[in-house]
Design a binder for this molecule. Structure first.
Ligand code: MEV
Length: 323
């Protein structure tokens, strides 16, 4: 038996603009995790069904999404199932043509379609569990590259930030197509995450932003550039140990995301409630339209902001310290 876990993530600054080459800042959220346990079938040594039907002896159980299927069945579906893509991508990276009979059990406390990187975390945990089980661990770079290919199935044109931060599980300053930079946190700070409880498709919000960009490139590129400059300022504030400067930057970033049509009444209600209850700043985080928002708070505000978010309709909150 081998197992692997991967954390969720939040984007502190820069979502959407990052798809167009601007930088973004993201951090792991270890309070929520995807977990995969891979068990070789007891008879695997004598019954190596490595012929054409090998995929029928690979079972994937994911109770959170009501899935209990063989890999063979998933591969026969008309559109590629992301979990099948993870397994096939891992095999390819390992230079193998088949998996031995096994069961992969997938559980996750990361809410699906909520901007917390649940798809990327499941991919990363599954890749690592399989590679370890086969005695061929992969580098972080390889793991992230496989997960990126699967992100394309989830999101269409992802920047790669989700698979990167979830794989490395460190604070990341990310620019699409460039080597990752881990950023330093000069002084720890606290963020309250508020979940609207509304599942929202990142593929759809990213696609809508693309339509707006196609309709008016100069305008959208001005918005992206404004977000890029917020991200660079935020990185300096974080590295310089001035997290209190991040509040107004979050508010500004949220306003720009609203202009890009990716907020929602629920996200606006939660960000307003956070600010009214004393948070230093607040913004949506991730693809938007639903999912999660984040609020920057001082330690002594955690309770009041959490309470205000629940009163304003949050389905749950997570308090995370970034250090
Ligand atoms: C999703 O977590 C972040 C987006 O910027 C999409 C992406 O970067 O792939 C909305």
């Amino acid at each position: 038996m081998t197992s692997a876990s991967a954390p969720g993530k939040i984007i502190l600054f820069g979502e959407h603009a990052v798809v167009y080459g601007q930088p973004a800042l993201a951090v792991p959220v270890t309070q929520v995790q995807a977990h995969v346990q891979a068990d070789l079938a007891a008879d695997s040594e004598t019954d190596q069904r490595m012929g054409d039907g090998w995929a029928d002896s690979v079972r994937i159980v994911a109770p959170d999404i009501g899935l209990d299927s063989s890999l063979g069945r998933l591969l026969a579906e008309r559109t590629t199932h992301p979990l099948a893509a993870v397994m096939m991508g891992t095999l390819q990276a390992l230079g193998l043509s088949a998996l031995p009979p096994l069961t992969a059990r997938i559980t996750s406390s990361i809410p699906v379609a909520s901007g917390l990187g649940s798809g990327a975390a499941v991919s990363v945990a599954l890749i690592r569990a399989l590679a370890d089980m086969l005695g061929k661990p992969l580098s972080d770079e390889q793991v992230s590259a496989i997960a990126f290919e699967v992100e394309k199935l989830h999101h269409g044109t992802p920047s790669g930030i989700d698979n990167t931060v979830v794989t490395y599980a460190r604070p990341v300053y990310f620019v699409k197509g460039q080597p990752i930079e881990i950023f330093r946190v000069g002084a720890p700070f606290t963020v309250v995450i508020g979940d609207t409880g509304i599942a929202a498709s990142t593929r759809e919000s990213v696609g809508d932003v693309r339509k707006l960009w196609e309709a008016d490139k100069p305008k959208m590129e001005r918005l992206f550039a404004a977000i890029g400059s917020i991200v660079r300022t935020a990185r300096q504030a974080i590295e310089g140990g001035h997290p209190e400067w991040l509040g107004p930057l979050m508010d500004e970033n949220h306003a720009l995301l609203r202009e890009m049509s990716v907020s929602s009444p629920e996200l606006d209600r939660l960000t307003d409630a956070a600010r009214r209850s004393g948070a230093l700043g607040a913004k949506l985080s991730g693809g938007g339209r639903g999912g999660n928002m984040i609020a920057l708070v001082r330690q002594d505000q955690v309770r009041s902001v959490t309470y205000a978010l629940m009163e304003a309709g949050a389905k749950r909150t997570i308090v995370t310290e970034i250090s």
